[in-house]
Design a protein around this ligand. Structure first.
Ligand code: C5P
Length: 232
């Protein structure tokens, strides 16, 4: 399985996103489309970016009753995305239904990964708001195990957790990790961050990088710096 750098294209609309992608004349980076862009530009944006030759991680984080998730996954699968996701807290049944919906008649399907606990959720909040008493780390590993048992391909987690997820769920279970920053860059609102080099060392399979590339004065150079640190 190939390691890759995924650019989080967190733009408000199609025009902004396309003029950003136009800067990449020599490479076709893996692109993450999140809720903001998908809800503003609609499914057509997925087709457009795919047509340009990019791989797509559609980050819509589904969480609903199993039947609704299954039918929605069938729609996303027909958009020909390469990776999509859901919340592990929707239960193993929901994840199993999602896989069914995602699988095309010819047996192929996009990768399906689960969000464990959002990196914005603190242990304190998890206890007070969600009434989950276990340590956050244990909860993340348990959700990862449930996702693996349901047949999913991997999880979204902090790069600092990817080593442990591989220990618990196996080397082939994919870890997709946001929260990546250059050693000399701004951290912004991310808390548990690490560099592309360190993410490689700990064992992330894909790093998701947004602002360090999108807000850079030279996005192509910033992307190449990520590739150099993480892959080469
Ligand atoms: O700009 P930045 O590099 O922080 O972007 C990280 C991307 O990863 C954003 O699109 C954010 O929504 C997403 N993400 C995250 N933490 C998670 C799940 C997704 O930062 N736990």
């Amino acid at each position: 399985m190939g390691k890759d750098v995924i650019i989080a294209c967190d733009f408000a609309g199609e025009e902004e996103c396309m003029s950003f992608l136009d800067k990449f004349t020599e490479e076709k980076p893996y692109v993450k489309i999140g809720m903001e862009l998908f809800y503003s530009a609609g499914p057509e944006i997925v087709r457009e970016i795919k047509k340009r030759g990019h791989k797509i991680f559609l980050d819509l984080k589904l969480h609903d009753i199993p039947n609704t998730v299954k039918k929605t996954m069938a729609v996303l699968s027909s958009l020909d995305v390469d990776m999509c996701n859901l919340h592990a807290s929707g239960t193993k049944t929901m994840m199993e239904f999602a896989l069914e919906g995602l699988t095309r008649p010819d047996g192929t399907r996009p990768l399906l990964i689960a969000v464990t606990q959002l990196t914005s959720t603190s242990e304190e909040r998890m206890k007070s708001d969600l009434l989950i008493e276990k340590p956050l780390d244990e909860v993340v590993m348990h959700y990862a195990k449930c996702a693996a048992e349901a047949g999913l391909d991997g999880v979204v987690c902090s790069p600092l957790e990817s080593g442990k997820v591989h220990e618990v769920c196996g080397k082939n279970f994919i870890t997709v990790t946001p929260g990546v920053r250059f050693a000399d860059g701004d951290v912004g609102d991310q808390v548990r961050v690490t560099t592309p080099e360190k993410a490689k060392e700990i064992g992330s399979d894909y790093i998701v990088v947004g602002r360090p590339i999108t807000q850079s004065e030279d996005p192509v150079a910033a992307y190449r710096r990520c590739v150099k640190g993480f892959i080469n």
